[in-house]
Write a protein that binds this ligand. Structure first.
Ligand code: ZN
Ligand code: ZN
Length: 201
């Protein structure tokens, strides 16, 4: 075999299978990061009085399967010959990969804050986008389990007023705000808990 020989490109079905396998691998890695962050949140909360605790809302991602590709229906979402489908699949892999990297960063940031000197009261409570401390600014919890400050919300709102999570790249709502003790400390900056999709700017 000559060293300059280029490898034969994969046929569309094998290409689809390869990308679909990547979505499975990255989803498993992502879930490991999500679970790791959930454990850290629990650990930070366990010694605090009940009124100072807040719920970490964290959902694991459903793991895709290597289902049989559909080559008969042109519009099928698993048709390897549909270019749009393949583009979406490649984009999905790129986003999952970015979320795994971000997950690692968030967990390391929490670990760093847990041992910070002087100690901070809420090591898990910071904006996941700009890392601003939740003790200094109001930080809201999204339905997808991320924390975001009001400044970053402004940059993530589309023309319809819907906030798109800068980590999940998906529209999301808000389920909670800063813990009670912080609300008490910053009464002027407190806003009501928003309903899904609702944004106060
Ligand atoms: Zn922020
Ligand atoms: Zn999110």
């Amino acid at each position: 075999m000559s060293p300059s020989k280029t490898p034969t490109p994969l046929d569309p079905i094998s290409t689809w299978r390869a990308w679909q396998t990547l979505t499975i691998i990255y989803t498993i890695l992502l879930n490991r990061q999500i679970y790791r962050r959930w454990l850290l949140e629990q650990k930070c909360m366990q010694n605090r009085p009940l009124r100072e605790r807040f719920r970490p809302v964290i959902f694991l991602e459903p793991i895709p399967t290597l289902r049989k590709p559909n080559t008969k229906t042109k519009e099928a979402t698993n048709n390897p010959f549909n270019e749009t489908t393949m583009d979406k699949l490649r984009t999905r892999v790129a986003l999952l990969r970015a979320r795994v990297e971000k997950g690692k960063e968030l967990a390391s940031e929490i670990e760093r804050r847990m041992v910070q000197d002087p100690p901070i009261r809420f090591p898990t409570h910071f904006c996941h986008t700009c890392v601003e401390d939740g003790e200094r600014v109001e930080v809201l919890l999204t339905t997808c389990g991320h924390r975001v400050c009001r400044t970053c919300i402004k940059y993530g709102v589309d023309e319809n007023g819907v906030y798109e999570c800068s980590i999940c790249f998906a529209p999301t709502g808000f389920v909670a705000r800063s813990p009670v003790v912080l609300v008490k400390d910053y009464p002027g900056e407190v806003a009501p808990i928003l309903k899904e999709g609702e944004v106060v700017v």
